[in-house]
Each structure stands twice: as structure tokens, then as C-alpha cells.
Ligand binder design. Structure first.
Ligand SMILES: NC(=O)c1ccc[n+]([C@@H]2O[C@H](COP(=O)([O-])OP(=O)(O)OC[C@H]3O[C@@H](n4cnc5c(N)ncnc54)[C@H](O)[C@@H]3O)[C@@H](O)[C@H]2O)c1
Length: 251
């Protein structure tokens, strides 16, 4: 078991990659605080873990609100007695609009959830990781933080910001044995990807343009990378953006 006796908090655990990570972390022995704005879905995640003999609680929080983030961390520590791993995964795709058509509200919303949410997750978790003698923070970025995506000014800016936050966090907290890394996924088949396609099946020609492997990834293929970063297997990795994109960014 790679995460025996560890307490892991995962945001956006009601769906997609966060849910997959919650299941995999729990199967590797972690006590999991599964957090999401969607209470019904995150309760399902926790119930699936418990049914399989794992240990999980479901917590509702909006990661863009500091009082919610503080509460999710406090509730996790109160329930499990500490905190070792945080996967700041929750995010939204936001509205797609070219910059001159993007409203300030659209821009601000995606920044609030995808960037400030990660900052808040780090801010309130770090004192507990220091107390635990170390830990691992994994921040969900995107290749959109490395390359330009048409219509995604707010999203790309948020994800580039997540990579920057990751580097600063790694630099500031390495002395406490806390590692901070980011994952930059390419095209992953999740409910978010399905929403972006507006319910249409993946277009094979479009997929050839975004993956040298000629396919999208399953959520588990990212969750396994998160497991690597959460565990001691990645003991010398910190401050790094892990690009897991089927080769999108080399084309
Ligand atoms: N799917 C992709 O191709 C892809 C690629 C790169 C990066 N990402 C990123 O990966 C992360 C997970 O995406 P996914 O594809 O699994 O999406 P998803 O929509 O399936 O899951 C995201 C989860 O986050 C939750 N969430 C949304 N806003 C929240 C908030 N304010 N507070 C708490 N929870 C909130 C949602 O309820 C949902 O359960 C996101 O940060 C996304 O930007 C996705």
C-alpha cells in the first residue's frame, strides 16, 4: 500500500479525475476527504470507497471561498487527526470566448475557482502539513497553462498561474519536507470534456491533432500520476509541472 496511514484531501472528487484519484488513493490505504461543490456526487464517491472497505468522508466546499476551504481542511483534520496529501484538482472549463468578447465576470469566475481555489487550498493546508513533518501537494494545472488555447484566456491564465503557484510553494516549503507539484493533463475523457463537446462523441480527426497516441486518456491515467506524486515514489520531485498529454505539446 503506497499511502498507508496517510490522510489525503482531494477537491473536485465528485467527478472525473478527482473521483478517480479518490478511489485509487483509498485503495492504496489513504484516509480520503473527498471534497466537492456538488454534495450529492461527492457523497457517492465516499460511499463507493466505503463499500470497497476504504475510509472516506464527503465534504461540501466551494474552493473559491476562503471560509469553505478553511472549513474543509479543519473538518478533515478533526475527523482523521492530521493531513499529509492535498490534491487541488477542482476546476471548471469556463466560458469559451475570444478576449474582446469575454466578460469580466467570465474571466473572474474561472480565475476564482481554478487559480484562487488552488491558492486557498495551499494556504489553509500548509500549516497542517508542516505539523505532520512534511507532505505532498498536487495542483491540477493543464497544458492550457503552457500553450495557447483559443477562447480560453481566463482558463489558460488560471492554469499558468497554478504552475507558478506550484513553483513558489515548492520553493517556500521544501525546508519543511513538503513537495509541491503540478499535473498538466492533455485531453482527458471526463464529464468536463463531454460538456466541452456538448454531448457529441469525440471527433477522430480532432483527436489526431491533440494526441500522438491518437486517443484521449481515461481519468485513471491521470489519477495514477497523482498517486505517484502523492507517494514516496516521487520523493525527489518538487516544483515541477508533469505534462501528461499523449504528446499534444510536442506536435
Ligand atoms: N478533462 C480534461 O481534458 C482536462 C484537461 C486538463 C486539465 N483539466 C483539469 O482537471 C481538473 C478536473 O477536471 P475533470 O475533467 O475531472 O472535470 P469534471 O467536471 O469531471 O470534475 C470537476 C469537479 O470539480 C467540481 N467543482 C467545480 N467547481 C468547484 C468549486 N468551486 N468548488 C469545489 N468543487 C468544484 C465539480 O463539481 C466536479 O465534480 C480541473 O481542474 C480541470 O481544469 C481537465
Amino acid at each position: 500500500m503506497k499511502l498507508a496511514n496517510k490522510v489525503a484531501l482531494i477537491t473536485g472528487a465528485g467527478s472525473g479525475m478527482g473521483k478517480s484519484a479518490a478511489l485509487i488513493f483509498a485503495a492504496e490505504g489513504a484516509k480520503v476527504a473527498a471534497v466537492d461543490i456538488n454534495e450529492g456526487q461527492v457523497k457517492e464517491t465516499a460511499a463507493e470507497i466505503t463499500k470497497k472497505g476504504g475510509n472516506a468522508i464527503a465534504l461540501r466546499a466551494d474552493v473559491s471561498k476562503s471560509e469553505d476551504v478553511k472549513r474543509m481542511v479543519d473538518d478533515t483534520v478533526a475527523k482523521f487527526g492530521g493531513l499529509n496529501i492535498v490534491y487541488n484538482n477542482a476546476g471548471i472549463e469556463g466560458e469559451s470566448n475570444f478576449i474582446s468578447n469575454m466578460t469580466e465576470e467570465q474571466f473572474d469566475r474561472v480565475i476564482a475557482i481554478n487559480l484562487r481555489g488552488v491558492f486557498l487550498g495551499m494556504k489553509y493546508a500548509l500549516p497542517h502539513l508542516i505539523k505532520a513533518g512534511g507532505g505532498s501537494i498536487i495542483n491540477q494545472a493543464s497544458i492550457a497553462g503552457l500553450i495557447a488555447v483559443r477562447g480560453g484566456a481566463g482558463y489558460s491564465a488560471a492554469k499558468a498561474g497554478v504552475i507558478a503557484l506550484t513553483r513558489v510553494g515548492a520553493l517556500e516549503y521544501g525546508r519543511y519536507n513538503i513537495r509541491v507539484n503540478a499535473i498538466c493533463p492533455g485531453a482527458i475523457e471526463t464529464p468536463m470534456a463531454q460538456r466541452i463537446r456538448q454531448g457529441q462523441p469525440p471527433n477522430p480527426k480532432a483527436i489526431q491533432r491533440i494526441s500522438v497516441l491518437g486517443r484521449m486518456a481515461e481519468a485513471e491515467e491521470i489519477a495514477k500520476v497523482a498517486l505517484f506524486l502523492a507517494s514516496d515514489d516521487s520523493s525527489f520531485a518538487t516544483g515541477a509541472p508533469f505534462i501528461i498529454d499523449g504528446g499534444w505539446t510536442i506536435m
